[in-house]
Design a protein around this ligand. Structure first.
Ligand SMILES: Cc1cc2nc3c(=O)[nH]c(=O)nc-3n(C[C@H](O)[C@H](O)[C@H](O)COP(=O)(O)OP(=O)(O)OC[C@H]3O[C@@H](n4cnc5c(N)ncnc54)[C@H](O)[C@@H]3O)c2cc1C
Length: 366
């Protein structure tokens, strides 16, 4: 346990009934019963111990870009992580180890990497949120995932009350998930992350949409900076970059992960589409390891009767992308959950595929 002096010191930084909506990209939800901003791993540990001492639940908040907060708020302590600092250390083979405090903005790190001609994260440009959240769901986009470059992380183990260092191979990374989102959900609080980036490395231009975008502009041999700009432009067109002037960016990005199913499930869906007199569209799918195929959640949603801009009360689907649930002024978490449920039901009824939500739910039973 923390010494009484540590606890008293931490208690002085705790506020009560702090509205969480402005700290999230959906801009909805109630208040945190207790709230503190945390600038160091020592403060984070004091916060963890304070919550245990008070017997209240704990939630670690980064940029709030992948959570839905209940309208009733959160009955425990929210620790808002703003642990900062970025260090670069030259390493073997023209690589650079970049270590960032978990409260740093992810896109600031990407921008810094590209400015220093370091390859490995350029396709992850424009993703909102904090560095510390990137390992939680193995953040990925446009052909890169953080697990490609992450070497290790430092975390506080809330069960053992100790600092732990985990190598990338210890993190259970897979498509849009990790041990931090599954078996060890809520157990570890990430305080810093180290990535290995490559000096003067080739930009990753593997993803078909990105390659097409560059080819159309005669720029197949784009630099890291040009790839970053291309990714940002593609993302902006889908409201996948936070922009206060674009109401379609009031989202958590994709609300559902793309389902990964066995080949025979794909065959069943294709049979259903053949019997659909309304549609001649081919089912898009991508082969993934383990004899499985990845389906497009957006496509399944569109072919279950939802159009872009679909409204449900004061929430709805983005007018640019059916995979993003967006909130309008006065929207509630209840409405978001109702719409998410309606989508799940209709996709299940039509295709027999249960869509799995991507964001975390705070103070909500799911
Ligand atoms: C417009 C938009 C576009 C997006 N595009 C993408 C995309 O292309 N690819 C993608 O993968 N995601 C995308 N996202 C989702 C989101 O940005 C990422 O998941 C991001 O990593 C979340 O970071 P955050 O700091 O906002 O996390 P939060 O929303 O604050 O938290 C998310 C979860 O991580 C946990 N967490 C946060 N920090 C820590 C920590 N230090 N230690 C332990 N747990 C922690 C929280 O407790 C919570 O469970 C998008 C979101 C938006 C709004």
């Amino acid at each position: 346990m923390a010494r009484v002096t540590d606890r008293d010191h931490f208690e002085a930084s705790v506020s009560e009934n702090v509205s969480l909506a402005p700290l999230t990209t959906l801009q909805i939800g109630g208040s945190a019963r207790y709230f503190a901003e945390v600038r160091s791993s020592e403060q984070m540990l004091s916060g963890i111990q304070w919550a245990a001492w008070r017997g209240v639940p704990l939630f670690v908040l980064g940029g709030g870009s992948n959570i839905v907060v209940s309208d009733q708020g959160f009955p425990g302590l929210v620790l808002h992580n703003v642990i900062s600092g970025i260090e670069m250390q030259p390493a073997a083979g023209d690589s650079m180890l970049v270590t960032a405090g978990s409260g740093e903005h992810w896109d600031d790190l990407v921008k810094l990497a590209v400015a220093n001609n370091l390859a490995g994260v350029e396709c992850l440009s424009g993703i909102p949120g904090s560095v510390g959240a990137t390992p939680i769901q193995n953040v990925g986009a446009y052909g890169q995932e953080v697990s490609d470059t992450m070497v290790r992380l430092t975390a506080l183990d809330t069960v053992a009350g100790a600092t732990v260092v985990m190598e990338s191979t210890d993190c259970g990374f897979a498509y849009r998930t990790s041990r931090f989102k599954t078996a060890d959900s809520g157990r570890f609080v990430v305080t810093s992350v180290t990535y290995r980036l490559h000096l003067n490395g080739e930009p990753g231009i593997r993803y078909a949409e990105l390659r097409r975008y560059l080819e159309e502009r005669g720029n197949e041999r784009a630099s890291l900076g040009e790839v970053r700009d291309a990714v940002l432009a593609i993302r902006r067109a889908k409201a996948m970059v936070i922009d206060p002037a674009d109401p379609d960016s009031r989202s958590v990005g994709s609300f559902f992960v793309n389902p990964v199913v066995p080949l025979d499930a794909l065959a069943e869906i294709e049979r259903k589409m053949e019997g659909d007199s309304q549609s001649t569209a081919a089912v898009p799918w991508f082969r993934v390891p383990g004899g499985m195929v990845k389906l497009s959640a957006a496509w399944l949603i569109e072919h279950s009767g939802f159009a872009r801009g679909y409204q449900h009360g004061r929430v709805g689907l983005s007018s640019k992308h059916t995979l993003a649930i967006v909130t309008r002024e006065g929207g509630t978490a209840r409405e978001v959950m109702e719409l998410a449920g309606e989508i799940q039901e209709k996709v299940w009824a039509k295709f027999g595929v249960m869509l799995v939500p991507e964001p975390g739910f705070v103070g909500l039973e799911c």
